[in-house]
Design a protein around this ligand. Structure first.
Ligand SMILES: [Zn+2]
Length: 335
């Protein structure tokens, strides 16, 4: 299966990263131990006592002996701590620095005494299989690069159909986006729906949120509505498929649906879209699943395009924001 080949390739990379991290730590350690040989002695003694402890538990020596060992270990730990402190060294300086501290770059973690894929590996698979080029350049599209000054500070009710300026408005939206990130694990924190024309920063802001949540180890699937629904329908008709895509749509921690309203709709797609939207609201198996939708349609447009069941889910469970102002894509060019 294609998927297992991909996993194998990824795990090779993990192996490399892990050995590199261990090697680097070893090198750092050697340099430090060269200067403070007592640290090497302490480590050797600790290793020796660890083995003796294990042996003593296995052959059930007297508890007196075990207590004695534990006391020796404690004293050594204390001595090491004081040496490190005196020399301004952190214990972490002696340990490997993994790219993913969760799985220590193995790709797998233990959860409820079961071995499961770590979110970092899950995300790599999602990126390869589905996200492809959907997720923008996250180095460029993150909150640090989010420039409020691209939005006009003019209040113009007849032009913008609002009594605040586009800049005031985008400040409110950005604040909501940050709250969404901060409260991601709170089931009461609503999902996000961004409505407005192209070039007003909807995708940019979605990418800012994606960048932030990915760095927190959340899994993210980013799809445009037309591609998502077509892929889903194709999968439903594919007898040999194991429904990986639809399962991912339901279970990924953050799903971003971009360009909702640009797809050609039919009743089957309605049903599937409703299922995705609704199931993700249920946070099944105690796992938080949140969704960001962006659309060119306004609320009336949503009502005209989708049936009431879908729109009422938006109104009840999404914070809806209208993006307005002037196309910022051109302004970026002259910066
Ligand atoms: Zn990991």
């Amino acid at each position: 299966m294609a998927n297992s080949t991909v996993i194998k390739e990824l795990l090779k990379d993990y192996d490399k990263k892990r050995s590199q991290a261990l090697e680097n730590a070893d090198r750092r350690k050697k340099t430090i131990y060269l200067e403070i040989p007592r640290l090497q002695e302490i480590e050797d003694e600790l290793n020796k006592y660890a083995i003796e402890t294990a042996k003593s538990i296995l052959i059930s020596n007297s508890s007196e002996y075990l207590k004695n060992l534990q006391e020796k270990i404690k004293v050594l730990h204390e001595e090491r701590t004081s040496i490190l402190r005196k020399n301004n060294i952190n214990l972490s300086d002696l340990e490997p620095i993994y790219e993913c501290p969760l799985c220590k770059d193995t790709g797998y973690i233990t959860e409820n005494s079961q071995t499961v894929m770590c979110s970092c590996l899950k995300q790599k698979l999602l990126n390869i299989e589905y996200n492809k080029s959907n997720i923008g350049n996250l180095d460029k599209e993150n909150f640090k690069k989010f420039n409020l000054n691209l939005y006009s500070d003019e209040v113009n009710e007849s032009k913008y159909n609002a009594d605040i300026s586009p800049r005031e408005n985008i400040k409110i939206v950005a604040k909501a986006a940050k709250s969404f990130i901060k409260n991601f694990n709170n089931p009461n924190e609503k999902n996000l729906l961004f409505s407005g024309g192209t070039g007003l920063g909807k995708t940019f802001l979605s990418n800012c949120i994606v960048a932030e949540l990915l760095s927190q180890g959340k899994t993210v699937l980013y799809q445009t509505a037309p591609v998502m629904l077509d892929t889903l329908i194709n999968e439903l008709f594919d007898k040999d498929s194991n429904n990986t895509f639809s399962q991912n749509l339901l279970s990924v921690e953050l799903l971003v649906i971009d360009d909702l309203g640009t797809e050609t709709m039919n009743s089957m797609k309605f049903t599937e879209l409703y299922k995705i939207i609704n199931t993700r609201l249920l946070n099944q198996n105690g796992k938080i699943t949140k969704t960001i939708i962006s659309t060119n349609l306004d609320l009336q447009g949503l009502f005209n395009t989708y049936d009431e069941r879908i729109v009422s889910r938006f109104i009840g469970n999404y914070n809806i924001f209208r993006f307005f102002g002037d196309d910022i894509r051109f302004k970026k060019g002259i910066q």
